[in-house]
Design a protein around this ligand. Structure first.
Ligand code: NAD
Length: 271
């Protein structure tokens, strides 16, 4: 979707990292941004930063794992700006690395609630109005971990695969009923953000983040990845939205990992 200066974007997980970089990039293009996050203090500081750069922003505290809070977010965005043209379902968490068979159900549920159902709630609350208007764009943040396995991060990889599948399915459905509503899934490799720290800060009581924070356990795909800054990810993402790219893969060194998976998938097909 070609962005216009009077467009309105809603970004979840906008208090830091990729979400904040997206808000800055959209505002630099003249859009108004509704920035939302579960961490009120960090969100206020992030919104002040974007405002100081000349951006028009409205911060709204909301927990994406809660359907009613995302619905209220949509109502507040419409009350402030009249409509929403772009929604970025970006908020996500990453539990500490561990073998799949050792990960507690509580950890799975927390990850699914935020990183998968958070995207589902965004689709529920924003897509119907876009279909009605016949114009809009949905950006869901997955990861290269949604295209290839990430040993050590089973919930993260499983959920990001689900976000890729959900987004591709949504794209196929919208192509039928509302071809003017574009859909993209963002699949970055490693990005220099505070994901580990903010996941620890927003996690339910009792999860152990020691290994993740110290970086003692690094999944194999991460060791070979380059680390990109969030501003570069945001610039690639806006270009991807404007080109209506379905899968926005940011890191060149994700290519060999994805090709290896495609080759192994091909090898498993019946003759
Ligand atoms: N950093 C990476 O290497 C990387 C790579 C690929 C994909 N991603 C994805 O990018 C997205 C953004 O992460 P980031 O790296 O910018 O990390 P980040 O921690 O800087 O940003 C994530 C934001 O989401 C917020 N958040 C957490 N739980 C929430 C909830 N329940 N409701 C609303 N907001 C909530 C956090 O407070 C935080 O501000 C995530 O979906 C993440 O999985 C990150």
């Amino acid at each position: 979707m070609r962005l216009r200066t009077d467009d309105v974007v809603v970004i979840t997980g906008a208090a830091s990292g990729i979400g904040l970089a997206l808000a800055r990039a959209f505002c630099a293009r003249g859009l108004a941004a509704v920035m939302t996050d579960v961490r009120a203090d960090r969100l206020a500081a992030a919104a002040d930063r974007v405002r100081s750069e000349g951006g028009t922003v409205t911060p709204v505290v909301a927990d994406v794992s809660k359907a009613d809070e995302v619905e209220r977010l949509a109502e507040q965005a419409v009350a402030a700006y009249g409509r929403v043209d772009v929604v970025c379902n970006n908020a996500g968490v990453s539990p500490p690395p561990a073998a799949a068979w050792t990960i507690a159900e509580e950890t799975w549920r927390w990850s699914i609630d935020v990183s998968l159902l958070g995207v589902v709630h965004g689709i529920h609350s924003f897509v119907p109005a876009m279909i009605e208007r016949g114009r809009g764009h949905v950006l869901n943040t997955a990861s290269v971990g949604g295209l290839v396995p990430v040993p050590g991060l089973a919930p993260y990889s499983a959920i990001k695969h689900a976000v890729v599948g959900l987004t591709e399915t949504l794209a196929a459905e919208l192509a039928e009923v509302a071809p003017g509503v574009g859909v993209s899934v963002l699949c970055p490799g490693v990005v220099a953000t505070e994901l580990a720290r903010s996941s620890r800060d927003t996690a339910p009581e009792g999860l152990d983040f020691t290994t993740f924070i110290s970086g003692d356990v690094a999944p194999p795909t991460r060791r070979s990845d380059s680390v990109m800054d969030a501003e570069t990810v945001a610039a690639i993402t806006l270009a991807g939205i404007e080109a209506d790219t379905l899968r926005i893969v940011t890191h060149r060194d994700s290519g060999p990992l994805i090709r290896r998976r495609l080759v192994s998938l091909e090898a498993d097909l019946p003759a």
